[in-house]
Design a protein around this ligand. Sequence first.
Ligand code: SAH
Ligand code: SF4
Ligand code: F3S
Length: 479
Amino acid sequence: MNKRDEIMRISETELAAQRQFSEEFKALPHRPQTYYIVTYGCQMNAHDSEKLAGMLEGMGMRPAPAKEEADFVLHNTCCIRDNAERKALGNVTWLKEIKKERPGLLIGVCGCMVQEPGMADKLLRQYPFVDVAFGTGNIHQLPELLYRAAETRRRVVAVPDEQSTIAEGLPIRRESPFQAYVTIMYGCNNFCSYCIVPYVRGRERSREADDIMREVETLQKQGVKEIMLLGQNVNSYGSDVPGGVTFPRLLRRVTETGIPRVRFMTSHPKDLSDELVEEMASNPALCRHLHLPVQSGSNRILQAMNRKYTRETYLEKVEKIRRAAPDVGLTTDIIVAFPGETDRDFEDTMDLARQVCYDSAFTFIYSPRVGTRAAEMPGRIDPALATERIGRLIALQEEMTGRRFAEMTGKTEQVLVTGRSKRSETQFTGKTSRNISVNFEGNERMIGQIIPVAITAASKTTLKGTVREGENNEPASHR
Ligand code: SAH
Ligand code: SF4
Ligand code: F3S
């Protein structure tokens, strides 16, 4: 059987049944009227929350201004590291007290954590105040699940055995009118030895290019300025579709719609092709940013992580990008204290970070995840040593970021203005094409526009600038 044949598209009949549940929910006496979604984790989850919100609104509910005031609080959880999971469970437990005062409150838990083996049972046994729980593969069933929970006041749990579906056409309540997430593929087949994602998000499955294009064209017509294409490993987009479109070709088609800015997350270094590098170099609508998680600079550790590239091949790819598109900023993810990591391995990571000089890096201490191969590996690193290592890495990265930011002062950047800065009334904030935050004096009318800003100074995490008045605010390239 072809890989594609195992992937099932949620049928129109099933989606129509869910719409019917939405209507029946609306007619329930004393049904919940307001909702609040607490989102943890990555962009995938953030975008899933937009779909959940879209469905809840389709059920006649409206957003509550605060969690404490909502009739239905849904936690869209993450389990990538132990602390993510503990935070989510802690916040769910906190609601138990609110529920004592307001017994009508419905509590929901969904997302990656629910999809962990044994978690649904644990929720049933240890969290009796949770009313509805469902996995990442059941999102489209929210109307039915919530209807049942509200109608019967019994607990409802739904977790699929196997995740091999794609649900098209779900309503989406987008957070921003000018920036939008578009999922291009679900799941992951890479099984990096530390990572739980393949277990909780299922096998890799690409959306049909035509479905993606329809969504992008609608967003373009709505005036969206920036699209972020999402997938755990966007570089292998289409490899499960016979005769399918490659990722660089998809990028070309997406930018041909006239969307000013297109980003994507995340690229696995092993699948970064020359074709993609060329597309980055030649296509001005592609943002000047590449997130290329390296995880470690030691070949021994990379092998134990099952990353399928070496320090040398990674650096070669970095070189290629730098040569073809020198204005592209690189960012990364790094795990320290992977089982068996020696001082030498860690120094290799430090050395690689120094060599690449990333714009920024997300750094994590290795967290064992039940069911993954690394969790069984010997050589756990002492937490004090792990903390020391990550401290040194963060300090190095701050120095590198400082260096990168210093290079940008004096230049004019095209900035997509995203909103007010938290710091002051007249300060606004936005993102450069390279994905760096810039703060500047501005006004409300600038929000959602791409405007030229002269970079005047840099702090540790942001740039400062002044708006260049009277210039063409929508130049044709490198926005
Ligand atoms: N698909 C993306 C990563 C998603 S998870 C990719 O492959 O690049 C985001 C980051 O979390 C990973 O890049 C990794 O650095 C980190 N991470 C994943 N599992 C982890 C674990 N068990 N402990 C610590 N960090 C982890
Ligand atoms: Fe996890 Fe690796 Fe897949 Fe990324 S590529 S989601 S790190 S298994
Ligand atoms: Fe994302 Fe966390 Fe799930 S990082 S894919 S929300 S485990």
